[in-house]
Design a protein around this ligand. Sequence first.
Ligand code: SF4
Length: 425
Amino acid sequence: MQRAVIETYGCTLNHADSDMIEGILKRSEVRVSREGSTEDAKPDYVIVNTCTVKKPTEQRIIDRLEKLRGKGSSIIVTGCMASANPERIKEALPEASIISISNIPTELPKVLEGGQARDSIAYRKVDRAKLIYNPKEVIARIPVSDGCLSSCSFCETKFARGPLNSFSEELILKAVSNAVSNGSKEIELASQDTGAYGADRRTDIADLVSKALSIDGNFRIRIGMLNPEHLHKYFDRLIECYKSDKVYKFLHLPVQSGSDSVLKEMRRNYSAEEFRSYVNEARSKIPGMSISTDMIVGYPTETEEDFLESISLLKETRPAVTNVSKFWERPNASAKRSGRLSNQIIKRRTIEMARLAKSIQYEDLSLAIGTTEKICITEKNSKSYVGRDSFYRNIAVDSAEDLGTDITVRITGNSSVCLMAERIA
Ligand code: SF4
């Protein structure tokens, strides 16, 4: 039996794509391991599913590819870097076959049938919902679309994933239903911009989620990140969905900056005030709603005043999670033509904002100490079992549990990213 290893970098959508690749391999009776070591196993195939969002991640991938040289496995490189920057891959590993994710469904089976692996990078619009595969785990990752409607000036992913391609609502719902009947308790709807879902199919994310709520079973849906630009089209209906026990009270709105002039430069089509009002409205209608956001620090045109506007937006909205990233020039993204702030300024601002985000998260999580929560155990890490409560908070329990089990815990402590708890029922 042939063996393959899938190595995945990047976001939930990339991991969902690796699930799809696992499904294709298994249908060809190839034994699959995920993130396994290649040294000792010497697999027949190594499939590297790449990400291109940040420079350091890209460099890590290049280092990995160089290490795979001459190892005797057939190397297939896919994912965002395969479409946005294939030349760099070829430089690092000339023997690799570069296949864009939209071509994997047609090209990979050919390779597995003994065909010559060849580069296949051209963009193709494919409804990949028919290929959704869930390896019967507690967490099911369901891709709902590829690409997006925006053209953010800092973004490289746009050049990898192309225009919005929403997958069929019917097939997505079928995949959710299959995952639930296979025992999945957490359904992650994934995409570059879940907020744009359906704009090319006369539907939207609120419509999709409201239909998923009629699926029988004990599960919760995590709605992926939503560019605030599209919320006005369905916000009220989306909030109705959040009222269901089948949806985590977790709203991921990447704001990126608190300054309207920087947002304009970034080509983000909303204002800081709009973000503020969505957060306030969501919290007033869903008490305790966990708000998650992303901030880019050190954008080329960001002044000290702009930066302070981002800081005060965080202080005011107190997100449960803030993913702070420093600005990275990307090969195809237009922001690289806007000059660059000094590394010193970028570093100082990034440290300052990361420190603030951490203290907000720590203070807010500490308010939960002594409360009791119903959680579902969804992961096991090296130290403990981890569950999620209805606000999608990370809760580590010190007792051994079965994945997928619902238990009641008392919160005993916290860090800036996690609550600690003891089981009480
Ligand atoms: S919404 Fe913007 S940041 Fe997100 S994938 Fe599209 S262009 Fe990139």
